[in-house]
Ligand binder design. Structure first.
Ligand code: MN
Length: 717
């Protein structure tokens, strides 16, 4: 286990400005927090965050990253809280620790790795600060190094597979070749121990029988370059068993030759020397055709730069050579983390890490040779997406701003149509809640549920919105059909005919309608006049006198309360669309009401005694029976506006006592207009939001008992 002072010394060796105090405090905090916890290996748990911090010193990361590494498991595994960490180590560290903790949680959540690409995107999207990802990768590396202590073979395999599918590609994407190779090789040892062992055996055999062929080749290459005046370092490096195995898989051959096992690296001082070295190598040894690649002029998307070539080198051995500068070499091994190694000593500013992240994004954006095309090269492209889980761990990705309704439709159309509620991370939440990265969403469904028109206000995905709209239209049509039918019934009856569908079928064509339902829809929507229909069916229907027209209306008014009449429900079907409340009489639940069909607008509701109804005396077919649905849910139903006319005494405080009295009775003043004013009195109209007519009556009674108020009455028409 690394000792406290060793850790500080390692950091100080590359970063003299490191915050020694913060590192010491984090060390002690994490050690105390993990207390007597043990790893599967039997080691104290604290050895793990300490090793993770140690791995990161290799990449010369900054104080905040090291502190984050020390603290990275305290939120998930100890009683420590994020607030505590923020208080002790500041907002930046708290944000980083929070990021790593979230990644750990989604890791624990998902047993599935079939959706590896989605999962990688999720991890990238959640690593808003690349340091979160670096700490997570170091965490995973240490867990892989100690994986043999996990006893359950299935769990070992799962973790190894996840490393292979998710974390190694992520390391590669940000250019951390060395870390990627180690992760892959460790995972390979778990997933295919026999394969790895046979390759190791073969490697040992070649090493023993080839003598020191690798170092002889390296030495000869180096002296060849030196004789041309080029000072270069030549390294012969054995590939990992996994990369050898991969190469064998790809080329479908056994490995017999050096290029499959050893990569030679020529490291020089500057870019020009790279091309000089290439020239010397190519003019000294026969070139293997098709092996040359220039990743200096065209870097790989992850920032990798080098010249690659293959030659028949010393001893006619076929070898592969990579030529690069020291800086390119560091970037090749350490990827994005290498940038830090070169930024040390440069004046530190708060925005340093962000500038550096931007550089990475630029690299990812601009380099995309067809050969090295990565499926997705930009981190940014995930900014407009959120990634959520089903309870089974399947990933659903959605546009930012999506809600559980969008999630439900993304899972399955039927799940969307029947969705009644949602649990987000185990808690019941409103359907309009905006989902966040990593949320686990459980959709509650009910066979009886149908899409609600209110969803249209917050659903964002095309699929959800299309379904909801389709449903609204179908319901709307349904309602217009019923409305149109009852209007036609009435006109037929008023004209003294029996209503039959057969009679209507004869005139469909002349109204350009396909079916009786279509015609009824048009009548209900107010686009076709019901009387025009009956006149077309029975040409020559005489015009009635006003008296004759009003009489059936009066009859209809009387019959309104008779039980056999079917009332058209006005609530709960298409709120705010097909039904309007008249502004003249302000009908309230509990009032006796009547509906008037208005062209293109559906139905306007008036109180039965509204003066404006006289205007419709000539067109009784536009009148329809309506009543209040009695069991409306008071919590969700809209507030209704009642209008009162009042006279109050003109003295200080009287307006105050008026509003106090209304508020006391749970009313809400939505509008107030003074209509007349004298030295003694105000006359005014007050609009009050109430539940129903009884509520308004109660308020009026309370107002009448108020001394400052002289007279109160409900305003009509
Ligand atoms: Mn950990």
């Amino acid at each position: 286990m690394i000792r406290q002072f060793e850790l500080v010394e390692r950091i100080k060796a590359y970063d003299t400005s490191a915050d020694e105090d913060a590192i010491n405090r984090a060390y002690v905090f994490a050690m105390k927090a993990h207390g007597a916890q043990r790893r599967a290996s039997g080691d104290p748990y604290f050895s793990h965050p300490l090793e993770v911090a140690g791995i990161l010193t290799r990449y010369r990361l900054d104080t905040d990253s090291i502190v984050t590494a020390l603290l990275h498991d305290t939120i998930e595994d100890t009683p420590a809280t994020l607030d505590e960490i923020e208080g002790l180590f500041g907002g930046e560290v708290a944000r980083l620790v929070d990021g790593v903790t979230k990644l750990t949680r989604i890791e624990l959540q998902s047993e599935h790795t079939q959706q590896a690409e989605n999962f990688r995107k999720l991890v990238l999207a959640m690593s808003e600060d690349i340091r979160v990802l670096l700490v997570k990768l170091a965490d995973r590396l240490h867990n892989m190094r100690t994986l043999l202590h996990i006893e359950d073979p299935l769990k070992r395999r799962r973790i190894a597979a996840e490393t292979m599918d998710i974390y190694a590609p992520l390391a590669e994407r940000i250019g951390m070749q060395e870390l990627k190779s180690e992760l892959e090789d460790l995972a390979f040892g778990v997933l295919n121990p026999d394969g790895r062992e046979s390759i190791l055996t073969r490697l040992r055999f070649l090493r023993e029988h080839g003598g020191d062929v690798v170092s002889r080749i390296a030495n000869e290459l180096q002296s060849t370059l030196a004789s041309e005046g080029l000072d270069a370092q030549v390294l012969g490096r054995e590939k990992t068993p996994y990369s050898v195995w991969r190469k064998m898989q790809r080329n479908n051959v056994g490995f017999e030759q050096l290029p499959d096992i050893v990569a030679f690296r020529v490291v020089v001082d500057n870019r020009d020397d790279c091309y000089r070295a290439l020239g010397i190598v190519h003019s000294t040894y026969p070139v293997v055709p098709g092996r040359f690649k220039d990743y200096i002029s065209t870097p790989k998307p992850n920032g990798y730069r080098s010249l690659h070539t293959g030659v028949f080198g010393p001893g006619r051995h076929r070898i592969e050579i990579q030529i690069r500068t020291r800086e390119m070499h560091e970037v090749a091994e350490y990827g994005v983390a290498a940038h830090w190694r070169y930024k040390q000593g440069v004046a530190e500013t708060d925005g340093r890490q962000y500038r550096w992240l931007r550089q990475l994004l630029e690299i990812l954006e601009h380099a995309s040779g067809p050969e090295d095309f990565l499926e997705h090269t930009k981190l940014e492209m995930f900014e407009d997406q959120v990634f959520c889980f089903t309870p089974k761990g399947d990933l659903i990705n959605l546009p930012v701003g999506s809600t559980p309704v969008d999630f439900a439709y993304a899972v399955h159309t039927e799940v969307g149509d029947t969705c009644v509620g949602a649990k987000i991370n185990g808690r019941m939440m409103p359907l309009r809640t905006q989902l966040q990265n990593g949320d686990q969403v459980e959709v509650i469904t009910s066979k009886a549920q149908t899409p609600s028109p209110t969803w249209d206000r917050f659903a964002v995905t095309g699929k959800a919105r299309a379904r909801i709209r389709r449903f609204i239209h179908a319901k709307e049509r349904e309602q217009y059909i019923q409305l149109g039918r009852s209007m036609l019934h009435r006109v037929f009856r008023d004209e003294g005919y029996d209503y039959t569908e057969r009679a209507l079928e004869g005139v469909l064509k002349s109204f350009r309608q396909g079916t009786v339902d279509d015609l009824s829809t048009q009548v209900g929507a107010g686009n076709i006049d019901a009387k025009a229909v009956v006149e077309r069916v029975f040409p020559g229907t005489r015009k009635k006198t006003l008296y004759e027209r009003v009489m059936p209306l009066a009859r209809h008014r009387r019959r309104r309360t008779q039980p056999e009449k079917v009332a058209v429900p006005i609530k709960g079907l298409i709120p705010g669309m097909a039904v309007h409340f008249a502004g003249c009489c302000h009908p309230l639940p509990g009032d006796r009401i009547v509906g008037i069909v208005t062209t293109g607008k559906g139905v306007t509701i008036h109180t039965i005694d509204c003066e404006r109804l006289e205007e419709y005396a000539e067109t009784p077919e536009r009148w329809i029976d309506v009543s209040w649905e009695r069991d409306g849910d008071p919590a969700t139903s809209v507030a209704h506006v009642g209008r009162v006319h009042m006279t109050i005494i003109n003295e200080p405080g009287s307006l105050g006592s008026l509003s106090t009295m209304i508020a006391k009775n749970q009313g809400n003043i939505s509008n107030l207009k003074i209509t007349n004013r004298s030295s003694q009195f105000f006359e005014m109209l007050v609009d009050i939001e109430v539940r129903d007519v009884k509520h308004l009556t109660d308020i009026i009674a309370a107002l009448r008992a108020t001394p400052a108020i002289n007279a109160v009455d409900r305003a009509r028409g």
